[in-house]
Ligand binder design. Structure first.
Ligand code: USQ
Length: 405
């Protein structure tokens, strides 16, 4: 199939391009390198160095003997999106080209507006490019498990049956997103659901959990094929941050009690799931929702797993709970369904512990890079709406004492 990846320079996009080409698909991608700029704005960089796109493309060609068509530009530019659709004529478009950070969206008014505008406009452009130029193209949109929040009931895959005052109907399950970023995904989901109904397009909305991992085997040891791995407070996600903290023997930082639970999925399994969604498209006019994660874990439990694996590698790592910068429930029920991808053939195979072991061995050689930007580990973006700038280690100690009291 011809698959267009929107956001091909990112953590998932660069990995997916390789995974799909290696399994016989033809790939093109669009990107304007904004992820590189956002992380630089957080005064950080990828723990694993990433090559400029020209070198990435050269490495890709040498490794896979396949051409990767790359378009540089902004998904908010509709004329560019139209040109790409007309030239590449994709069977599927995977939308990974959004700003993915909850903390980044919570910095201030400008960041909230930017994240929502960027994410909603890019989704609109893909919807209308499908309608105007390629009505049969299947839209695979990356949503997030975070759209649902942490309700005190089971979470279905998108829809549930309700009986109210004696009448029954099937409704989208309520969304209770925990950040402006997560709300941007909810708005995207609603717009796509409406587009399927009114324009007749076909779409799969992937409610993905937190992804972790440094590599897939296809990347081999060519550094031009490596994908990024962020550890700063905004673009580093929980396990990825803990792994980077561990290799520099920095305390691991669960927020609050750390008893928050989330669905997690290794990068390599996220690729398998996306491929299943692409190869088994939704019907025309169908809007379907997949909950995409391998296992549910508590943040504290994961910190203990990283600590345990690190200790096996001779790293002396403490777990220090920080005052929670976010507004989120720390003690809560969490039981999301996740059977649709399993029905298509997905079986989780990689344990968190095994994946963390691979991550730590990939990250140990990058100690100096992480050390150099370790100031970006400190979470000073507060959900209350202001940014608390303060010292580094002393501040962590003080926050840790507060978090434990
Ligand atoms: N957390 C810590 N310590 C840290 C970092 C995070 O305790 O050092 C906690 C957070 O408070 C939160 C949980 O870990 O309770 C997850 O936070 P995260 O930063 O790993 O993930 P999140 O902000 O939810 O967002 C990430 C991706 C986002 C994706 C989402 C999936 O950035 O793009 O949509 O994971 S989900 O979490 O299922 O919504």
């Amino acid at each position: 199939m011809r698959v267009l990846i929107a956001g091909i320079d990112g953590y998932l996009g660069w990995t997916l391009a390789q995974y799909l080409v290696d399994t016989g698909h033809e790939v093109a991608g669009i990107d304007n390198y904004s992820r590189r700029s956002w992380v630089a704005e957080m005064d950080s960089w990828s723990a694993i160095p990433i090559a400029p796109m020209s070198e990435r493309l050269q490495g890709f060609h040498e490794r896979y003997r396949e051409k990767l068509t790359f378009y540089e530009g902004d998904l908010q530019d509709y004329s560019l999106v139209e040109k790409v659709f007309n030239e590449f004529e994709p069977n599927a478009v995977v939308h990974l080209g959004e700003c993915p950070s909850a903390p980044y969206s919570m910095i201030d008014r400008d960041h909230a507006v930017y994240v929502q505008t960027n994410n909603i406009n890019s989704t609109f452009n893909l919807i209308f490019a499908i309608k105007d130029h390629s009505p049969e193209t299947h839209l695979v949109k990356l949503g997030t498990m975070g759209e649902y929040g942490t309700p005190n009931t089971d979470i279905p895959e998108g829809f549930f049956d309700v009986e109210y005052r004696g009448r029954r109907d099937r409704f989208p399950y309520p969304r209770q997103a925990p950040s402006w970023y997560h709300w941007s995904k909810v708005h995207g989901s609603n717009n796509i659901m409406f587009a399927c109904k009114t324009l007749g397009i076909s779409a799969t909305d992937i409610m993905q959990g937190v992804v972790f991992g440094t590599q897939i085997e296809q990347m081999g040891d060519d550094p031009r094929l490596s994908t990024r791995l962020d550890f700063d407070q905004a673009f580093g996600t929980a396990i990825n941050r803990f792994a980077c903290q561990a290799v520099i023997e920095h305390p691991l930082t669960p927020y609050g009690k750390g008893s928050q639970q989330r669905g997690f999925i290794p990068l390599r399994e996220s690729m398998k799931c996306l491929k299943l969604a692409i190869e088994n498209p939704a019907a025309m006019g169908e809007y379907r929702v997949f909950n995409q994660f391998a296992e549910v874990h508590s943040i504290d439990g994961l910190a203990r797993t990283v600590q345990h694996v690190a200790s096996g590698l001779g790293l002396d790592v403490e777990v220090k709970n920080l005052e929670n910068p976010r507004m989120e429930l720390e003690e809560h029920y969490y039981n999301p369904d996740h059977s649709k991808l399993r029905e298509l053939g997905y079986t989780p195979t990689q344990s968190v512990e095994d994946e963390v072991r691979i991550m730590l061995s990939d990250l140990i050689p990058q100690r100096e890079r992480i050390e150099e930007k370790k100031g970006s580990l400190l979470p000073d973006v507060q959900w209350g709406g202001y940014r608390r700038r303060s010292g580094y280690l002393g501040d962590i100690e003080a926050q840790a004492a507060e978090g434990q009291s």
